[in-house]
Design a protein around this ligand. Structure first.
Ligand SMILES: [Zn+2]
Ligand SMILES: [Zn+2]
Ligand SMILES: [Zn+2]
Length: 371
């Protein structure tokens, strides 16, 4: 058979495999999964994986976690990336597509599935199409006989929510296994005391200086009643999660508390730290592999929280606590899966205009970048 070889590698490179795919099977079919399990085991708002004919080269640096009686997921014990999953029903391996060294022609995304679990449409509203090809949206999975398809005009989210009730003065966040749990409290006076340079989300790294001498509190939004959130397509997020798009909320450390009311500690529960570059730290759950935090020495009082872990009554976008930055996908220039990230930039921009009255995406900024 004619073969195409793809490499699978996590960020720390302790897990590397080469997979031979039959050319006549390509492109493989893939869906973006929005189910509760995938979200809480990854920290992202939509996971993509493909069925592959072989598994990991070695299990030595992988942590196995059963997410159901038929699915075991393997995450890197060092950097936390979801690396493989094994489905006992079909005796097949699956691999998260964010770890592949090439994607164009290898797989094609057809649909959003388990959108019903999101309660607000989640990321399915941000990627209505890829390369002009509409993606179908399913409350469950398209292969399930009674699953309902959502049509173009149908939306799950109502109007933009705010925190309404006394018992909603904080939001619970947790990984799939429950080893990492914490609360995010509402913005308060102390939230403005953090200091931080501008993020790439607002000032792209190739377009200007990130210095923020006036210390504008860009992480606070909606008259300081919400936090800013955004999506990132950088290599480090992709290779430490296993997925192409990582959603982050920017939260002052003082607004992150443990369940017992104590301040956040990066060693709490099953958290494990990985230094993805000098002075840059990422924590993940050492049991289920969920991506949890990003922070760095430049802005120690501000922590990025993986939005997929949040449990908001308003839905997975947690719009009662977060305002989404829709003009840019952070580090979109890094993307290997160009068509997916282009689809996100366009869809997220249009959603921002409709939902938040924002100005829409900038035109393909990397094209003006000096190389
Ligand atoms: Zn790794
Ligand atoms: Zn966990
Ligand atoms: Zn990133």
């Amino acid at each position: 058979m004619a073969e195409v070889k793809v490499k699978v590698s996590c960020h720390c490179q302790k897990n590397q495999s080469v997979i031979a795919l039959d050319l006549s099977d390509l492109p493989l079919s893939a869906n973006i999964c929005h189910c509760d399990t995938s979200r809480h085991v990854s920290g992202v708002l939509g996971t993509i994986s493909i069925k592959v004919p072989s598994g990991p080269a070695s299990l030595d640096n992988l942590t196995a976690f059963e997410t159901s009686e038929f699915m075991t997921r393997y995450s890197c014990s060092t950097c936390g990336a979801q690396v493989f999953a094994y489905d006992t029903r079909e005796s097949t391996w699956r691999v998260p597509t964010g770890l592949l060294d090439r994607t164009e022609g290898i797989f094609e995304i057809q649909a959003h599935m388990w959108v019903g679990d999101t309660r607000d449409g989640g990321m399915s509203d941000w990627i209505p199409s890829i390369s002009g090809r509409p993606l179908s949206r399913w409350l469950e999975a398209p292969e399930i006989e009674k699953s309902k398809e959502l049509f173009e005009s149908q939306t799950l989210g109502g109007k933009v929510p705010t925190m309404k009730f006394e018992d909603e003065d904080k939001i619970h966040a947790h990984c799939r296994c429950g080893g990492v749990q914490f609360y995010i409290t509402l913005p308060d006076k102390a939230s403005a005391e953090a200091t931080s340079p501008w993020p790439d989300l607002i000032v792209p790294y190739h377009s200007g200086s990130p210095e923020n001498p006036e210390n504008e509190t860009w992480w606070l939004a909606a008259n300081k009643t919400k936090y800013l959130a955004g999506t990132c397509a950088c290599d480090s997020c992709r290779l430490t999660s296993g997925y192409e798009i990582t959603p982050w909320a920017f939260i002052p450390k003082t607004n992150l508390v443990q369940l017992n009311g104590q301040p956040l500690e990066f060693s709490m529960g099953t958290l494990k730290q990985y230094e993805s570059s000098p002075g840059v730290y990422r924590e993940f759950c050492s049991r289920c592999g969920a991506t949890v935090f990003y922070h760095n020495d430049e802005r120690p009082a501000l922590v990025d929280v993986a939005v997929g872990l949040l449990h908001s009554t308003s839905g997975v976008r947690a719009e009662n606590l977060l305002e989404w930055r829709t003009e840019r996908v952070s580090f979109e220039e890094d993307a290997i899966n160009r068509s997916l990230v282009d689809g996100l930039r366009e869809g997220l921009g249009s959603w921002g205009v409709q939902r938040q009255g924002r100005t829409g995406p900038r035109a393909e900024p990397w094209k003006s970048r000096k190389l």
